[in-house]
Design a binder for this molecule. Structure first.
Ligand SMILES: [Fe+2]
Ligand SMILES: [Fe+2]
Length: 475
């Protein structure tokens, strides 16, 4: 079951050839996907051979095979983790019942919406990142960008498979619409606002893959608990691909910091102007990028009180992060949870029913997880003997959804007036000058083993290849 059949037009481990109707429908969607890739995928990449990993099986060991391929020839397909016929629903009102192999009628609309919303983010990020190849800081980084891009394309396939197989005509229409919406398109934008923003430079890209792909991880983890078994199995395999995306983000920011602290020590200076003149990104600017990406990303979890979140949980559609490891009753009827809001110029905690606060529960789990990388970035600074420390901004900083939406709270959690906040915001979020400076550093460096001046080389290459390996052949 876990082996993948590559002899078919659509690689899969779901015995696709046994369902001719589904196979035909997906084969009709396939050329539209390739057209989308040609139009909206990485710019100027058509002739390049890229050292990509491809799934050969969904086993944890050795699922990847590496080789130089043209991206449009990447074998996008349908890969599910092995099923367990005895699997039981382990949370919500249906706890203890058999997991669903099909979509129950009463949950059809909600499940479709969950799958479409997840599916929409996958091609959106490819669109957001499509120009970055032109300013790659190295061939190694260019390859990592492309690996992420093809895998986000694969994640789209994962969701499209579910839509085609389980949602009939509506599902096929939704699958088509996933190729019609475009990131930032005024008439037909992507569903979630963060996926309509630009990813204008490589520092943004690394922040995005660290923070926003991690939102993806938490959403997928919650869906991996789902009572709808095909969704759980699909998202479990997606998570193994997602780990690499977050690695690219974490190591990318880490290498940026490494280069900055090296130059700080060479120049014996923390003067922002001197460091910028030396062509590295000063730590206060990196902090502002963190503040921006952290705050925009935690908004993606939705309103802190949500009756939809309660419905999704109680009906078994979406669990909590690591639902199976928790020791409560997994029904949560009498439980409460603390959420934050601003009242009378102060941040106050309020107890609300936990079922309604499950977006907040997931957001808090995300916040804990994302702080881990910031600690590791600080170790790079500490090792260099520099007293500066990066930190995650307060949860209430720069929020646009839920009770904290529009509240004027500093990164340290202090409530301010609108005027005070406006006067200080340039210290907290990247200014136009910051962005212009970062953009000015972005130039293409693609000779094997060479790196742009603003970023340190990685400790290791990909798949034990040397750092100066020819990860991309330009032909
Ligand atoms: Fe993804
Ligand atoms: Fe991702």
């Amino acid at each position: 079951m876990s082996g993948i059949n590559y002899s078919e037009k659509i690689p899969n481990n779901v015995n696709l050839s046994e369902d001719r109707t589904l196979q035909r429908a997906l084969e009709q969607w396939q050329p539209n996907f390739i057209n989308w890739w040609d139009d909206m995928g990485p710019e100027g990449s058509t002739d390049m051979d890229v050292y990509l990993r491809t799934a050969v099986s969904v086993d944890p060991q050795g699922w990847a095979q590496f080789g130089h391929v043209k991206m449009r020839d990447y074998r996008w397909g349908v890969f599910l983790n092995p099923g367990d016929q005895e699997r039981k629903i382990h949370f919500g009102d249906h706890i203890g019942e058999k997991a669903w192999q099909d979509v129950p009628g009463e949950h059809r609309a909600n499940l479709r919406r969950i799958i479409v919303t997840q599916g929409d983010t996958e091609p959106a990020s490819v669109e957001q990142q499509r120009h970055l190849g032109l300013t790659a800081p190295s061939m190694y980084d260019l390859r990592n960008l492309f690996q992420i891009n093809v895998e986000e394309g694969r994640h789209l396939w994962a969701m499209v498979y579910l839509l085609h197989k389980y949602f009939g005509k509506d599902g096929r229409e939704e699958a088509d619409a996933l190729l019609q919406r475009n990131s930032g398109n005024e008439d037909n934008p992507r569903i979630l606002q963060a996926f309509n923003e630009k990813t204008p430079d490589w520092l943004s890209f690394f922040m995005f893959t660290y923070f926003t792909d991690r939102d993806g991880k938490f959403q997928l983890c919650a869906l991996a608990e789902s009572a709808f078994d095909p969704l759980a199995r699909t998202t479990k395999f997606m998570l193994t691909e997602e780990a690499h995306h977050m690695f690219v983000g974490e190591s990318g920011v880490s290498r940026t910091i490494q280069r900055t602290v090296d130059v700080m020590n060479e120049l014996k200076s923390d003067d922002v102007n001197k460091l910028r003149a030396a062509g590295v990104i000063d730590l206060p600017t990196i902090q502002r990028y963190i503040n921006f990406h952290f705050s925009v990303t935690i908004d993606l979890f939705g309103a802190d009180q949500s009756s939809n979140a309660a419905t999704f949980y109680s009906s078994g559609l979406k669990g909590r992060y690591e639902e199976g490891k928790r020791t409560d009753d997994h029904v949560l009827k009498g439980n409460s949870y603390k959420i934050l809001s601003v009242e009378g110029g102060k941040l106050v905690e309020k107890e609300v029913p936990m079922l309604n606060a499950l977006n907040e529960v997931l957001r808090d789990d995300y916040i804990t997880d994302s702080k881990g990388g910031i600690d590791r970035w600080n170790r790079v600074i500490e090792k260099a003997g520099i007293p500066f420390r990066l930190k995650a901004p307060h949860k209430a900083f720069h929020r646009n959804i839920g009770s904290l939406s529009g509240a004027k709270v500093t990164p340290d959690g202090e409530v301010m007036s609108d005027e005070q906040w406006m006067a200080k915001v340039g210290e907290w979020l990247p200014s136009n000058e910051d962005r212009a400076f970062v953009a000015s550093l972005m130039g293409r460096v693609v000779e094997p083993g060479k790196f742009a001046n603003w970023i340190a080389p990685p400790v290791m290459g990909i798949n034990r290849e040397p750092v100066n390996f020819d990860y991309v052949r330009f032909n």
